[in-house]
Write a protein that binds this ligand. Structure first.
Ligand SMILES: Cc1cc2nc3c(=O)[nH]c(=O)nc-3n(C[C@H](O)[C@H](O)[C@H](O)COP(=O)(O)OP(=O)(O)OC[C@H]3O[C@@H](n4cnc5c(N)ncnc54)[C@H](O)[C@@H]3O)c2cc1C
Length: 424
């Protein structure tokens, strides 16, 4: 059968469907740009759903991310977020969380202080914005409130007992119990399957009916993140009413529902918002010309050729395929962008695995100028029409700094603003 061939023209081509890529498309739409976005699965399915800005700086856990950013600018001037002011980062963060709320997934607005987001293994971590379904759990822990946390027979990725035991000392009013999820007897179950099953009202009612008799005076009920895939806030409200106690979600280990939920939310909303989105296709080649770039993609049925006036690269790190390594060096596989790196891989890691300074390899990546354009070793932009954002950038260690989403959102905003200015 003859393969199809499709040609698309766009002002901005966003390469990558992680948080940076989706944020870039949102900001570009707000700027009135015509946007096309391409990518595949990546790190997003692994996220807790929390949006971190800066949770660790100076080897200290920070409750004050904005003050920590001021220190970051002083201590790490090459860090990508050091190129941006706090008001700019706040504008970006608010723009992203507002868009999520408009698309149907409630997120809290960034405050002055970090929140202590609950994690599946019964510890907490600093983060700036959380899904509204998870917020009551933070309040319950802070108040030491009477709380029942639940898991399910056969559930992989979350143990209510472990959660209870690890929090026991500081949260003695926390108790746990195990239920059999409706119609899921005698089998292994995964959070994604339970979330899809809770889209059904009858399942919501059946589960609420099982939880109610277990309350025993609990004011709060915590469940793993399974409250549906498409309208978690509505499902939470409905079940909370049926149970008679405040209900909240706790992230599970990856792959987890909150990231899949975000991805499906963008996939649902973007086409109506005007983004030409191909969420299952990777770009295989890019050629730059005088007035833009041509992107080449090969789908199962057809080939795509995209004519774009500007390109924003947000392809992530190793897990998502944005960076690669062999025995000798790191590379950026799509455009072969320069990566400033040591001569040999013996310099990639420190001797001690748990060295508090982290490993140098985690800070290698794409160097950009103040307009977030990838640069050559001499500092000149690789191409005036090429911009980059997110975890692929050099001079940051988002895992150690607890800054995954914040870095992605803030740099996507800055790169999109720069692209819009170039296209104006
Ligand atoms: C286990 C885990 C837990 C996390 N928890 C948190 C958390 O609690 N809080 C938080 O703030 N952040 C968290 N994150 C980080 C967050 O999910 C993102 O990794 C981070 O925000 C970086 O996003 P990104 O868009 O730059 O890259 P990624 O999310 O890695 O996305 C890169 C995208 O580029 C695509 N791509 C790669 N090559 C191509 C190509 N040639 N053509 C087209 N597309 C391509 C990939 O398919 C992918 O969609 C977590 C990540 C992991 C892995």
């Amino acid at each position: 059968m003859k393969r199809g061939h499709r040609r698309i023209e766009t002002q901005l081509a966003v390469i990558g469907t992680g948080i940076a890529g989706f944020a870039a498309s949102i900001f570009a739409l707000k700027r009135g740009l015509d946007v096309a976005q391409f990518g595949h699965s990546g790190a997003m399915a692994y996220t807790t759903g929390y949006l971190d800005l800066l949770g660790v700086h100076g080897q200290r856990i920070r409750q004050d991310p904005w003050a920590a950013l001021d220190e970051l600018r002083r201590d790490e001037p090459q860090h990508p977020m050091s190129k941006l002011s706090n008001p700019t980062i706040r504008t970006a963060f608010d723009g992203f969380t507002d868009a999520l709320c408009d698309m149907g997934i409630g997120y809290t607005k960034a405050g002055e202080q970090n929140l202590s987001g609950l994690l599946p293994n019964g510890v907490a971590k600093p983060t700036l914005s959380v899904p509204k379904t998870m917020l009551p759990g933070i309040a319950a822990r802070e108040a030491g409130a009477r709380t029942l946390v639940l898991d399910f027979d056969g559930l992989q990725g979350f143990s209510a007992k472990a959660f209870e035991v690890n929090f026991a000392e500081r949260w003695p009013a926390l108790k746990s119990a195990r239920l059999t999820f409706p119609d899921m007897e005698n089998r292994q179950v995964f959070p994604e399957v339970l979330a899809r099953s809770l889209e059904n009202r009858a399942t919501q009612e059946a589960l609420a009916g099982l939880i109610r008799p277990l309350l025993n005076g609990a004011e709060y009920v915590g469940v793993p993140a399974i409250l549906g895939m498409h309208a978690p806030d509505e499902i939470r409200a409905r079940m909370e009413h049926a149970i008679g106690a405040t209900l909240f979600e706790i992230p599970t280990i990856p792959p987890a529902v909150p990231g899949i939920r975000l991805r499906e939310c963008f996939e649902r909303a973007f086409p109506d918002m005007g983004v030409k989105l191909e969420p299952q296709l990777k770009v295989s080649n890019v050629e730059f010309g005088r007035s833009g770039a041509t992107l080449f993609l090969h789908g199962p049925m057809e080939d795509l050729e995209i004519e774009a006036s500007a390109v924003l690269l947000a392809t992530g790190r190793f897990l998502s395929g944005g960076l690669k390594s062999d025995q000798h060096r790191l590379s950026e596989p799509l455009l072969d962008l320069p990566i400033l790196q040591p001569d040999g891989r013996q310099e990639w890691f420190r001797h001690e695995y748990l060295d508090p300074r982290g490993h140098p390899i985690n800070r290698l990546g794409i160097e950009v100028d103040s307009a977030f354009r990838p640069v050559m070793p001499d500092g000149d932009p690789v191409n005036e029409r090429l911009f980059a954002a997110g975890a692929i950038l050099a001079h940051q260690d988002w895992v150690r700094q607890r800054s995954g989403a914040g870095l992605a959102i803030a740099t996507a905003y800055a790169a999109t603003e720069a692209a819009a200015a170039m296209l104006a």
